[in-house]
Ligand binder design. Structure first.
Ligand code: NI
Length: 288
C-alpha cells in the first residue's frame, strides 16, 4: 500500500497558520479603522478649558436669576439651523488663541444683509444685539443671521435707557424682544446688551448676562470706513469685544478691512459666547 502522502500533514499546519495570519491582519486593519474615532476624544478637555476663561467681569455676584422670561419664550422655539449652535461651543480655545468678538447693535437695518455677505465671504461669525422693533421689521435677516452661525442677542425692544424703566418694564422689553426673535426663526437670545450700556440692579436680575464692550470706535459719530477701521485697530487687544452698529453703511463698508487687518495681526474672530465661555446670568462683562 502506498504510504499516505507525506505532504498532507505538513499542508494542514500551513493552512492553519495562514488562517491565523489572515485573522491577525484582519484584526489589525479593523483596529486601524477604529483608531481615528478614539483619537478625537482628547480634544474635548481642551474645549472644556475654554469655559474657564478669566474675563472682563465687573459688578457684584450674580443677582438671583429669574428665568421665567426665558422659559415662556423657549417653549415655542422653532427648530434651529443645524450649524447654528454647535459652532458656539468649541470652535476655538480663547485661553490660547488671540480672540476678538465683533458685535453689531441696533439692527437689523438696511445694510445688515450686505454685512452678512461680508461675514460669510470671510467665514467670520459675529454677535448681533438686535432690537425687537427692528427684528419685527426684518425678520428674514435675523433668521438668516442665526442660520449662518451668528449669535442673535437682545438689545431690548426699542432702545430705551433701562435705568429709567421700572423692573417690570425692563422685563417686558426682554420678553417682547425674545418673542420677536423666536417668531423670526432664531433661538431665544441668551445675552443682553442694554442700550447706552446703562444698567442697574433690576437689569442684572433679568436672567441674562449683561454684555458691554471694551473697544468703541464711535462709528455712529465717525461715518467713515477708514476712521472706524483705524480706531478699532488702535484699541483692539486679545479678549476685546468690539462695539459696532450695522445700521450705518460706513460701518458695514469698514468690516471687510477690519477683519482682514485683525487676521493679519493673528486674531481669531469669535462670537461672544465663544469668547466668554459660559457667561453667567446677572453678571456684567465689560471694560477692564
Ligand atoms: Ni444701541
Amino acid at each position: 500500500m502506498p504510504r499516505p502522502r507525506p505532504t498532507l500533514p505538513t499542508r494542514v499546519p500551513f493552512a492553519a497558520s495562514a488562517l491565523v495570519t489572515a485573522i491577525i491582519i484582519a484584526c489589525l486593519v479593523a483596529s486601524m479603522a477604529l483608531a481615528p474615532r478614539g483619537a478625537i476624544r482628547p480634544a474635548s478637555p481642551v474645549a472644556a478649558a475654554a469655559q474657564t476663561l478669566p474675563l472682563l467681569i465687573e459688578g457684584a455676584a450674580p443677582a438671583s436669576t429669574t428665568s421665567s422670561d426665558e422659559a415662556t419664550t423657549a417653549s415655542d422655539e422653532p427648530a434651529v439651523a443645524p450649524d447654528a449652535e454647535p459652532l458656539a461651543a468649541s470652535r476655538v480655545n480663547c485661553a490660547i488663541a488671540k480672540c476678538v468678538a465683533l458685535t453689531f447693535d441696533d439692527g437689523p437695518g438696511l445694510h445688515t444683509a450686505r454685512l452678512l455677505n461680508s461675514l460669510k465671504a470671510s467665514n467670520t461669525k459675529a454677535t448681533f444685539f438686535v432690537l425687537g422693533t427692528a427684528t419685527t421689521t426684518r425678520p428674514a435677516v435675523v433668521r438668516r443671521a442665526a442660520a449662518e452661525g451668528h449669535v442673535v442677542a437682545s438689545h431690548g425692544w426699542d432702545h430705551k435707557q433701562f435705568t429709567r424703566l421700572s423692573a417690570a418694564a425692563q422685563r417686558d422689553q426682554i420678553r417682547r424682544t425674545a418673542s420677536a426673535v423666536v417668531r423670526a426663526g432664531a433661538p431665544a437670545p441668551t445675552l443682553f446688551r442694554p442700550p447706552y450700556g446703562s444698567y442697574n440692579t433690576a437689569t442684572r436680575s433679568l436672567g441674562l448676562p449683561v454684555i458691554l464692550w471694551n473697544v468703541d470706535p464711535l462709528d455712529w459719530k465717525y461715518r467713515s470706513a477708514p476712521t472706524v477701521t483705524r480706531k478699532v485697530m488702535e484699541q483692539v487687544r486679545p479678549g476685546s469685544i468690539v462695539l459696532l452698529h450695522d445700521i450705518h453703511g460706513s460701518t458695514v463698508d469698514a468690516v471687510p478691512g477690519i477683519i482682514r487687518q485683525l487676521k493679519a495681526r493673528g486674531y481669531t474672530l469669535v462670537t461672544v459666547p465663544e469668547l466668554l465661555g459660559s457667561p453667567q446670568p446677572g453678571r456684567v462683562y465689560s471694560r477692564r
